[in-house]
Design a binder for this molecule. Structure first.
Ligand code: U2P
Length: 226
């Protein structure tokens, strides 16, 4: 009797653990895009990818699982390394839309490995490696920030625009309020660096952000040329 009971309880514990492992363990994604002009202005030492200067468009930084309290999980599965053979059909799309600007110049592999291992592995309950990158690329197509800004007369022309006008233009173009992150150029001007949109845990739909990252932007921000 006793051994039957202990076998049953072990089975129940095993079942509970497998549900825990498979269930989604974050609240939403931040889909983060960066303006290359701002990355290069600030870091001084930005390096174009081996394939050449990226087009003047926002590029993907990452798709980051997040919790509603503002914290986030990272490096969730040390056994899952970036495997380029799983994304071979996406490679040219990634080169175009997810370029790395860090130095030394690279073909993107280092950047994508970092994003998969730090962030993607924390969404494995929802998206495998191929789906993770494909989902981010589809979101990039859906969230056309440059068009939304240009439609409102906001161009990457080194001009200054109010933070409110930038936010409003993106809200008008996408239907959702963005988080805006600024950095400073060498002359200490606050400039448009990254835009955060929120996405449901399946990665398919934009949602209102449960929490926006704190904006360190000035009230007037520069949209640098690239
Ligand atoms: O903000 C600096 C770096 O912290 C990581 N970050 C930030 C906000 C957030 O919600 N999640 C998150 O991971 C980013 O790290 P990275 O992916 O670049 O290593 C961000 O650049």
């Amino acid at each position: 009797m006793k051994s039957k009971f202990s076998l049953l309880s072990k089975l129940l514990i095993l079942q509970y653990l497998s549900v825990l492992c498979l269930s989604q363990d974050f609240d939403f994604f931040y889909f983060v895009q960066q303006w290359p002009g701002a990355y290069c202005d600030t870091k001084q030492s930005c390096c174009y990818p081996k394939s050449g200067k990226p087009t003047a468009d926002f590029g993907i930084h990452g798709l980051w699982p997040n919790y509603k309290d503002g914290s986030w999980p990272s490096n969730c599965d040390p056994d899952s390394v970036f495997d380029k053979s799983q994304v071979s059909d996406l490679m040219s799309n990634m080169e175009k839309n997810w370029p790395s600007l860090s130095c030394p110049s690279s073909n993107g592999m280092r950047f994508w490995s970092h994003e998969w291992e730090k962030h993607g592995t924390c969404a494995e309950s929802e998206l495998d490696q191929h789906d993770y990158f494909e989902t981010a690329l589809k979101l990039k197509q859906k969230v056309n920030l440059l068009k939304a800004l240009k439609d409102a007369g906001i161009e990457p022309d080194d001009g200054f625009y109010s933070l409110e006008s930038i936010s409003d233009a993106i809200k008008e173009g996408t239907g959702f309020a963005p988080g805006i992150e600024c950095n400073r150029d060498s002359a200490h001007n606050s400039q448009l660096y990254q835009v955060y949109m929120c996405v449901d845990t399946s990665g398919s739909d934009l949602i209102e952000c449960p929490l926006l990252p704190k904006s360190k932007c000035g009230s007037q921000i520069q949209f640098p040329k690239f």
